[in-house]
Structures are given as C-alpha cells and as structure tokens.
Design a binder for this molecule. Structure first.
Ligand SMILES: N[C@@H](CCC(=O)N[C@@H](CS)C(=O)NCC(=O)O)C(=O)O
Length: 310
C-alpha cells in the first residue's frame, strides 16, 4: 500500500487530475474528503493556511499544488512514466494550458443558465450562494482575476477545437500513451462533462470525447477512505521525513522564519521555518496537529517566499 494520502473533494477538477494520475500509476492511496468551501480546519491544521484543493500528505510531509503533487508522485513511482523526459517541456506547456486556460474558461460555463440549474439541483440555492461567495474570496487578492463569461465564450471553443484536432490521429495528446499533459487537460473537460446542463458543449468534439472516455477508463487506482483524525494521527506518529531536493543559492537562509503564499489566487500565507529551497520546490517546517512538526512543500513558480515581517 502506498503511503499517499490525498485530501480532496469529489467534484474538484484539480483533484481529478491527481486521481487520474494515481490511476495511471495503478497506485493504492488513501482518501480524506475535505469541505469544498472554507472553513477547512482539519486541512489547515496540516498546511498552516493553504486552502486550495487538493493537498497530498505522505506521513508528516504535506505537498501543495498539483504541479508539485504530480512530480512527487512521478518520483515515488516512475513507471509508467507520466513525464517522459523527451516530452518534459511539452508536458509543462500543456499542463499550463489545462490548469489555466481551459480550467479558467470552464468555470464560468458552469454558471450559464443550464449549468447553474444543475448546480442548484446539487447544492441548493443557498449552497450555491455560499459557494460563489467563497470563490469570490478565493480570487480576491491574487494576480489572476476571477474568470468571466466573456473570457469563457472567447477561449473555450477554440481551445476545445484545438484539442479535438490534435486528438484526431492519436490516442493521447503526446502520442499513444497518456502523460501528465493528458491529466492536466482532462480535468476541466471532466468538469464540463460532469455538469449535465452544459455537457453538450463538448458534443462538437468527438475526438476529445473519445479521448476523455479513454482517460476515464484508466480509473483512480485503489482508493481507501480515511478520516481527517486518522490522517492527523499518521502525521503525528511518523518519525521520518521525505527526501528534500538539492538546495540552490537563495538570499533566505535555512532556519529563517518565512511566509509562503500563492501569487495567483487562494493567497493565504503559511508561516514556518525555511528548511530548503531547491530549483523547483521550497519547504518550510511548522507546528502541525498536536504541536508536532510537519513540513509543507510548495512549487517555487507562482508562489512567493519572504522573511516573516517583511
Ligand atoms: N494551482 C492549484 C490550483 C488548485 C485549485 O484551483 N483547486 C480548486 C478546486 S479544484 C480550489 O482550490 N478551489 C478552492 C477550494 O477548494 O478551496 C493546483 O494545481 O493545485
């Protein structure tokens, strides 16, 4: 059994990116369901303030952001490869296309009248109002504005058409095997497809739909449910740390009390002692559940680190 614990909620697209990757790797993993809106006290007890979904836990190490989560999974379980070295830059580019362009174009589509009606059926008017207020807060402070209908209408059809064309002659975006590029582009498509009010937006793209079926068929690996208290106990009882990446030169010395925050949206800062800064990852240590230390890892890109109090 792998020691991966994913803190997620079922309807979360970015969680689906990771669940599909876990399926591709045929991994066994443990699932902790978290609320879809704030407050998320059990999650924040681990992360120190980071609130986005999903978060991965391995023992007392906590990984934020699916870019880092995916690369950590790739290191733990290199076969089959999700980031083949000959395709590394293509994966990064398509990951950005999926996580940013396509995801941000998919979100406003949910609020077209038929999409909204579906959400009301799921969440109720009151639940939907709370969800929208929460997401307005999520986008209140970062450098990415909350996407609007005009952005979605302009960006979604050409993006879907481009994908459909690329998938005409191959099974997956970069060839005959899936890569992380597929999972990163899949999750917004899965999000649209899961909303019965707007799923027909995909009808004009048969190659895309056939590809989405192929990814769905990969599954999610073997999932076992845990509750948050069990995940906290695992953090408290684990004595070893996960490996750290090689450090690179940086003006902040290890041991400095720092804050780390996303720069795009969901910018809640996490405070802790700097452990290491590598080329791609930065790691801080802080007090987690029951005052035991946990390490929280963030990508460097689209996160900022600064000395606390600066
Ligand atoms: N860059 C982040 C984006 C994650 C993201 O936007 N997740 C959405 C849910 S799919 C979110 O956090 N929504 C607010 C929340 O869950 O509190 C990543 O790759 O993990």
């Amino acid at each position: 059994m792998s020691s991966i614990i994913l803190h997620h909620f079922e309807a979360s697209p970015f969680s689906e990116k990771v669940r599909a990757l876990l399926g591709y790797k045929a991994l066994a993993w443990q699932s902790v369901l978290i609320p879809r809106i704030m407050p998320k006290p059990d999650l924040v007890a681990l992360t120190g303030g980071y609130r986005k979904t999903p978060v991965m836990q391995i023992g007392r190490d906590i990984y934020c952001d699916t870019r880092l989560i995916a690369r950590t999974i790739e290191t733990l379980e290199p076969t089959p490869p999700a980031i083949p070295s000959a395709d590394t830059a293509s994966v990064v580019a398509l990951e950005q296309f999926g996580d940013r362009q396509l995801f941000l174009a998919a979100v406003p589509a949910m609020f077209r009248p038929a999409g909204r009606a579906f959400l009301v059926e799921k969440l109720g008017e009151d639940g939907l109002a709370k969800f929208q207020a929460d997401r307005a807060d999520l986008f209140a402070n970062g450098n990415v504005a909350r996407p609007d209908a005009a952005f979605s209408e302009a960006v979604l059809p050409p993006s879907l058409a481009a994908l459909d064309a690329q998938l005409a002659a191959r099974d997956f975006l970069l060839g005959e095997q899936p890569t992380l590029a597929d999972f990163a582009v899949y999750h917004p498509v899965w999000y649209i497809r899961g909303n019965a009010g707007i799923a027909d937006l995909l009808d004009a793209y048969p190659n895309l739909l056939a590809w989405a079926d192929r990814i769905r068929a990969i599954g999610h690996g073997q999932r076992k449910d845990l509750d948050a208290a069990q995940a906290h106990s695992i953090a408290v009882e684990t004595t070893e740390w996960q490996p750290l990446p090689e450090s690179v030169a940086h003006k902040l010395a290890p041991g400095t009390t720092v804050t780390v925050a996303a720069t795009d949206y969901g910018t809640e800062a996490v405070t802790g002692q700097l452990v290491a800064i590598g080329r791609d990852v930065m790691t801080i240590e802080r007090e987690g559940p029951q005052n035991t230390p946990v390490r929280v890892h963030f990508p460097r890109a689209r996160f900022c680190v600064e000395a606390a109090g600066d």
